[in-house]
Ligand binder design. Sequence first.
Ligand code: PMV
Length: 326
Amino acid sequence: MKKSTSRAHSNIAFIKYWGKMDDEQRLPSNGSISMNLSNLYTTTTVEFDEALVEDDITINGEKNIKKIQKVARHLDRIRKQGNILTRARVVSENNFPMGVGLSSSATGFAALTHAATHALDLSLSEREISILARLGSGSACRSIPDGFVEWKEGNTSDESYAYSLYPENHWDIIDLVALTSKKEKEVSTTEGQKAAQTSPFFLERLKNIPGKISDCKKYLLEKDFTKFGTLVEKDALEMHAIMITSQPALLYWLPETIDMMKKIVGWRKDGLEVYFTINTGQNVHLLCRGTDVGQLVKKIREVEYVKQTIINKPSKGTYALTSHLF
Ligand code: PMV
């Protein structure tokens, strides 16, 4: 059978997804907006093979049982769609560390869905691939379309998909990741999201989301960096307020996370226009204009606890490659 390889880029949410309406179907409680990131990606090769008695899955050179089971469950969804039972060989590689809040589950499931559906010649639309990717990991659906992306929450699985608002060349902004720890986070986002509704502020957040989504789209269209950055920072803090006030409380921030936020506010006061957004505390995403990246990199490199900086431009979503991993 045909061998297929795809590359999916990670995405950073400007208006965040936190909380699910339906756990099984991974229907989010709210819509979200994101941008794909050029320098964080997963490459995956898939080949279905009649000779295999079970799926043969290797992720970053390892056969980790928990991760393999998640991939095999997702392959079952794709097999169901293709009406076949054939097992697959899967090799997947990230160009960044896993489990530290850089969305390796988003890139992993986006690349897997794209490669596996192409290997089976399922001829799905981008919308259908996005829906399938969502069932593997919610935010994976946003890594399928190009550039700047909106994920509509939808009331049913068929309505909950991501689509491109603008291509990657729409706006020259930079997402600089300052990695402060490479230790895997203790609570996965899938686990954490289950508690979101227990926060007394959860419904208040949901009420304000439609307004935030429309503001974010407006600022993206107008390329108003000040209004955009202010909104993005506010939404990240609001999502973390939900996490912190959930039962059990989920505090992803590390001492370095808080220090970095304070530094960013200070740099801004000094005239360097930079904003932060944070998914989990191990790393902070810094957003700046393309013209300011040199100055920002210099500042970040002086921070002693930053282990690595990754500079991302807006990127394409998920696409096929002609060279394979096996
Ligand atoms: O797709 P998940 O279940 O890993 O959730 C991702 C949630 C955040 O990254 C914290 C926010 C977002 O919208 O990406």
